[in-house]
Design a protein around this ligand. Structure first.
Ligand code: CP
Length: 296
């Protein structure tokens, strides 16, 4: 899986259904030995660990791969690294890479590639767990109003979610510092001021400020951000009774959201993480079944 937006609505629904079944205790185990590896060229806690847990729950053989102690440090290319793993018997690789669409250069290699996040491009497994969390809450996407707030320009989470949520019938709105919304950033939604947005949305999806992708011109003081665009206790009180708050995490507590609200009644942030394991089980199983592997 490289981009969720490339999947049909039917396939998205099928993956969501299986992810939900896994969350309710369904068990699936590979009928033979399948070797998989997780290659993270950018840091990760949630995505890497939950793929690892999901792989083990499916009975897959997880081969550790530490970029920092690999021949990547000797200049070996992504292509040669992945082709080497294929030669060693790895059937599937989950890859997070700083290069947008890194997967294009791997298309000739006959193995399953799952995109664990490509630069500022897409984050399909985060998208699936976000959809799962919204569906559990509302039972539908059609007609929901979803607000995505923050560093949209640098967010692969925003890209993936906005495109797919619109495809599923939700209305997508954005808010945040205008310098993070240059021409072309908003193609799948409408900009709205934060104080109007919080009153109207069913789902408030906050984004992490991606300091590591900012040059001097993009920087904004954290205090200023919290005051102008953060979910303060005052803004949280303005939300509809049933509205929920999501964030892909890691959260900058006290910046994108008041630290106390992270564990508040509206927050689904830890639920998202929990769902991440089940969504990733469905993604992995589907990718391997497409290659003829079987599960019982
Ligand atoms: N949400 C997310 O992708 O978190 P990690 O960077 O920790 O994987």
């Amino acid at each position: 899986m490289l981009r969720t937006a490339d999947l049909s609505v039917e396939k998205i629904n099928q993956l969501l259904m299986e992810a939900n079944e896994f969350s309710k205790g369904k068990i699936a185990k590979a009928t033979k030995e399948i070797y998989v590896s997780n290659l993270f060229f950018e840091d990760s806690t949630r995505t890497k660990t939950s793929f690892d847990v999901a792989e083990r729950k499916l009975g897959l053989k997880v081969v550790p791969f530490d970029i920092n102690h690999s021949s990547v440090n000797k200049g070996e290319s992504l292509y040669d690294t992945v082709k080497t793993l294929k030669s060693l018997g790895i059937s599937l690789a989950v890859i997070r890479h700083y290069k947008e669409k890194f997967y294009d250069e791997l298309s000739e290699i006959d193995m399953s590639i799952i995109n664990g996040g490509d630069g500022t491009g897409n984050h399909p497994s985060q998208n699936m767990l976000d959809l799962m969390t919204i569906q559990q809450e509302f039972g539908k996407f059609d007609g929901l109003k979803v607000g995505i707030v923050g560093d949209v320009k640098h967010s692969r989470v925003a890209n993936s979610n906005a495109e797919v949520l619109r495809k599923l019938g939700a209305k997508v709105y954005f808010s945040g510092p205008e310098k993070w919304f240059d021409e072309g950033t908003i193609i799948n939604g409408t900009y709205q001021s934060i104080d109007d947005l919080v009153k109207e949305v069913d789902v408030l999806m906050l984004l992490r400020i991606q300091h590591e992708r900012h040059d001097e011109k993009m920087r904004i003081s954290l205090e200023n951000y919290h005051k102008k665009f953060g979910i303060t206790k005052e803004r949280e009180k303005m939300m509809k009774d049933h509205a929920i708050i999501m964030h892909p995490a890691p959260v900058n507590r006290g910046v994108e959201i008041d630290g106390d609200l992270v564990e508040g009644n509206r927050s689904r942030i830890f639920k998202q993480m929990e769902n991440g394991v089940f969504a990733r089980m469905a993604i992995l199983k589907n990718a391997l079944e497409k290659r003829g592997f079987e599960f019982e």
